[in-house]
Design a protein around this ligand. Structure first.
Ligand code: URA
Length: 206
């Protein structure tokens, strides 16, 4: 968990207030180009809060996290791991969609370390509101934001890593990595992803 760029904002006592504050955020350049901010959704005080990288094209347009192709794959994996999505809270390390235009298509661009760091205080405000028992980092950007350092995902996948505040973070791949991977390896890669999620289920129950 990195040093907070800013202390917790006492004005942010609800998710609606977090949404409004992130909508207005221009602490990095992404806020200017995105349609809107996308904060997390789900159960408060869940056993698990899952954190991805940033909203994608669909999420940016509709304002909900993980509803596009990566979200559908995540939903399928959660179901296979017997973790009801509605009993979790699903969010992202970065609250705005970063993209570049290719013709009319908006192509996802990974956030820089600076952009992840700029958004970090919003993620910590969100964690403080949601109060999960454990965290799942979906990919390297989420792991970096939640743990405050670069975490090699493949070397740490399926493992719980502690934060100074006592919360533990289960590290796994981002579902987009599975979508981009070798089609021949898609099924075993999906099974390995489900096995990581089962670790979360085992430790934190239903
Ligand atoms: N990828 C993410 O990391 N988050 C989303 O909400 C959608 C795609």
């Amino acid at each position: 968990m990195p040093e907070r760029a800013r202390p917790p904002d006492p004005q942010i006592r609800t998710l609606a207030q977090l949404k409004a504050a992130t909508m207005a955020c221009r602490e990095c350049p992404i806020g200017e180009i995105a349609t809107q901010s996308v904060i997390g959704e789900g159960l408060l005080k869940p056993r698990l809060m899952l954190v991805g990288e940033q909203p994608g094209d669909q999420e940016d347009l509709q304002g909900h996290p993980f509803i596009g192709p990566a979200g559908k794959l995540l939903a399928r994996a959660l179901e296979a791991a017997q973790i009801p999505r509605e009993q979790t809270f699903v969010s992202n390390a970065v609250k705005h969609f970063k993209f570049e235009l290719r013709g009319k298509r908006r192509i996802h661009k990974s956030p820089t370390q600076r952009e992840i760091a700029a958004c970090h205080h919003w993620l910590e405000d969100e964690i403080a509101l949601v109060r999960p028992a454990g965290l799942v980092a979906l990919g390297a950007s989420a792991a970096r934001s939640l743990l405050g350092r670069a975490v090699p995902v493949l070397a740490n996948r399926g493992q719980w890593l502690p934060r100074p505040d006592g919360l533990e973070v289960l590290v796994t791949l981002h579902p987009s990595a599975l979508l981009r991977g070798d089609p021949e390896q898609r099924e075993p890669a999906f099974e390995a992803f489900v096995a990581d999620l089962r670790q979360a289920q085992r430790l934190f129950g239903r």
